[in-house]
Write a protein that binds this ligand. Structure first.
Ligand code: AMP
Ligand code: MG
Length: 348
């Protein structure tokens, strides 16, 4: 299949480009598009066949549900049962934005979208291209991240092109995503709102408007409430080790590990904060990727997947990643790094 990758103005999307993409969605085809979190691989959420195609193209496990994207509140009401006070508050405070709300679904959501669950995850993305695409298509758009399953999510149009070229007809390339990690998934089906996946909206911000907010910790013997969370995610090909502790100790351990890896002729990639970069640079790792300043976690979030993808492109064998503080956006960053490491965490 030939894939068209079209540049679009991310702030003022050209109507004729949006119309072309929206027409494909209406016809049951797949379109990749930018959102503020990561790029999405979209299909008409009310068309079961089109949604089934998303799973095929990505190689996504059938039991991992899709998030449905809407452009206005009217749309939501037809998709969920029991839109409640909590949902209303969340939508008012954070939509459009990186927050997905899980609520009981109506019958018009195909089982393929919810992976057989009785609930559905919905969000209104904060991106002019995504919003105008949904609006013009006139239907909600189901979209997981536009990467091959298991790979780091795409945060620019080139990432999508590299993963999905030849598999989908159309990519809207609006440049880099500014949040860079996926949405927070919040389950509103129980009495206490529960974070199933940390993301762009922090727990602290949710608590301000909802009061108590729980965090789901899926354990081995319990069925995860967010089915997608059991899969290997965000993972580069190289072995990633996550280092947590004081800076001096992290630097010492990384230095040591660089030498050990080089003795085995392995290529080393370092993902670290700006504050650590100059010390590590002199140890000559094959790749040194600065995620951003520890003072600005939003920088780290925005560059994380680019860093992971670069490690793959440069065939890095051993990746040493510096952990960040787990509060605020750091909670989502560390969640992704832990998963990318396959739980290979060193407390130094
Ligand atoms: P993504 O691949 O980034 O689109 O991930 C979508 C994720 O949202 C899934 O892997 C689930 O963890 C979560 N999700 C979506 N819908 C539901 C739902 N109905 N119930 C629980 N989690 C959901
Ligand atoms: Mg994904």
């Amino acid at each position: 299949m030939e894939t068209k990758r079209i540049y679009i103005d991310s702030q003022a999307p050209e109507p004729e480009i949006i119309e072309e993409a929206a027409k494909l969605i209406r016809e049951g085809q797949l379109v990749a598009f930018p959102t503020e979190t990561v790029y999405g691989l979209g299909a008409n959420a009310l068309n079961a066949e089109a949604c089934a195609e998303i799973f095929k193209v990505k190689g996504r496990p059938q039991d991992n549900p899709l998030i449905v994207h809407v452009s206005n509140l009217e749309m939501v009401k037809s998709l969920v049962v029991g839109w409640n006070e909590q949902a209303e508050r969340c939508a008012r405070a954070f939509w459009p934005g990186p927050l997905t709300l899980v609520l009981p679904k109506t019958a018009i959501i195909p089982d393929a979208v919810s992976a057989g669950l009785s609930s559905v995850g919905i969000r209104m993305p904060n991106h002019p291209v995504a919003l105008s695409l949904i609006e013009k298509a006139g239907v909600p758009i189901a979209a997981p991240s536009a990467n091959l399953s298991g790979k780091p999510s795409p945060t620019n149009g080139i990432h999508v092109w590299k993963d999905l070229r030849g598999r989908i007809p159309y990519i809207l390339d609006g440049g880099a995503c500014n949040v860079g990690v996926e949405s927070t998934v919040l389950d509103l089906t129980g009495e206490i709102p529960c974070i199933l996946r940390p993301g762009g909206i922090t727990k602290e911000r949710l608590e301000k408007i909802l009061g108590e907010v729980a965090v789901d910790h899926p354990s081995e013997n319990q069925l995860p409430k967010a089915p997608g969370m059991k899969y290997r995610h965000y993972a580069p090909k190289g072995e990633l080790y996550l280092l947590i502790g004081e800076r001096e100790k992290i630097l010492a351990r990384m230095t040591d590990e660089i030498h050990k890896a080089h003795a085995r002729l392995k290529k080393v990639g370092i993902l670290c904060t700006l504050e650590s970069a100059s010390s590590l640079h002199s140890q000559l790792p094959e790749l040194l990727f600065v995620l951003g300043s520890e003072e600005r976690p939003e920088e780290v979030a925005a560059s994380l997947y680019e860093g992971l993808r670069l490690c793959d492109e440069q065939s890095i064998d051993i990746i040493l990643a510096e952990g960040v503080a787990k509060n605020g956006l750091g909670f989502a960053i560390m969640n992704r790094l832990e998963k990318a490491s396959g739980q290979k965490i060193w407390y130094v």
